[in-house]
Unconditional design. Sequence first.
Lengths: 164, 422
Amino acid sequence: MIVTAVVVPGDNVDTDVLYPGKYINILDPMQARLHLFEGLDPSLRDKLRGSTALFVGENFGSGSSREQPASAMVASGVRCLIGRSFARIFGRNAVNCGLPAFVNPTAVDAVLDGAEVDVDLRTGVVRIGERDFESAPMQSVPKEILAAGGLVKWVRTRSTSPRS
Amino acid sequence: MSETLVQKIISRHLGGKAVKPGDVVMLPCDVVLGNDASTNGAIRVLHEMGVDRLPDPSKVVTVADHFAPAKDVISATLLKQMQDWAQEQGVAFYGQGRGGIEHTVLIEEGWVVPGSVIAGGDSHTCTYGALGAFGTGVGLTDLACCMATGMFWQTVPDTIRVVFSGTRRPFVRGKDLILAVLAQTGVAGATGSVLEFTGSAVVDLSIDDRMAVSNMAVEAGAETGFFPADGVTAEYLQSRANRAWSAEASDSDATFARELHIDLNTLSPQLAWPHLPGNVTAASEADTKKVDQVYIGNCANGTITDLRDAAAMMRGRQVANGTRMIVVPASRRVYKQALEEGLLQVFVEAGAVVSAPTCGACFGGHNGVMAAGERVVATTNRNFRGRMGSPEAEVFLANASVAAAAAVAGRIIDPRELESAA
């Protein structure tokens, strides 16, 4: 899919700057998105128009287990993340929210902020200009969860899921 | 078969199926934890999943701590909703005045035993590694999945072994050990791994010190960080474990991804500088920085050990003019013990404020947040930009002796310096 690249500069961009702790009592992603990037650079929010892909550095999303950074990204039209690496819990939350987080350092090196890029959300191949950049292979279970559209749908579709 | 401890724990939870690092499994959990921030999100997700009643409420624990006592109407509503839901579902609930900060509470109340798997809707669930448990933090959708299915997806981690040797010097605590580890790993060096804490010095570490160490494993990027159960663990659990357990350890021929060595004979009190927990130096290298506030508390360092250390530093002294000090006992039990030992009186006489147990300002929520341009020395676990309030505030992380010495001196000093001046 064609998306607009939004570059989030720096490494170790943590959850406190992505979404400050004082707002973790806001649970609606449509409300939470109003505080996305607040501790880092609120003007990044203005770049999230239409379908976007965030290009991020090392250890993106380190820190808290709060899910608002990922769910607010989805609510803001972010379709995927392309990063050098992701912190554990953020990476899980993104997948669980149906937001692919691809590890692809060379694509991060190559991209320019604002560029139109073509991302295959299934394989993680990122086309920038005439070049294809392959993402690191994703593991089986997160791949299945993403294919289902997130963990809620994955749980619902599994035969073992409990029904009351 | 040569297995690491984490492989053994995961394998046992899968009915004996052998696992290797990199495998992705659906891991059954023994205990599922939620707080007032994560539980309410999970309740929404449970509705979306179509789950009205939890299949096994007996393993779910909820704790009111992040915004408790309620800081505003939104928080009060969430706290009430969690309490009502807990009652309706029949899950354990520790409310205001009954519990305290989640990780301290679950450890104190016997929910955590060695070898168990605990998923918590809080990143510092890794604190349970102090008792040899695989405790790990998850987001609210994962939390709902654990409540609904009893399982979460987990990649089997490899293991970084951390060997502590030598003897602790004065004013050195668990906090300094983990800050020394972070100085080596940085904030992402243990991503995809668990930290396993071993070595001859471990036997000298109380559960409180071990909590301080395990609590910050996530700050190295780790899945969790644990101490294999030993005599110290057994003694601590004797009167509180709520289920049976047995001690396990990595096999002697197990393969480790990496090994780190920390020699306590040469380790002095440490300090993490803004804005990363891995920006670590000796505390003595910062001795001119004026301090606006000192914060003693949080899920690992609001223990009775921390309060005793701080009180020892404060006794007969005053908080410096121009400096504020807040002491946040982590739980009702810690609060009561400190009351009985006269520690709270020491703090109040010194000009400090003693607060109700809460996560409070540790995550910038309420109860002592910082203004722009201010500097705080905290016994907490994160010093990211904006973590404790304004993005223009500076957070330094240290043990309780270093923090209390800073309160007395009004600047960051090595506690040994304050002692020698007395």
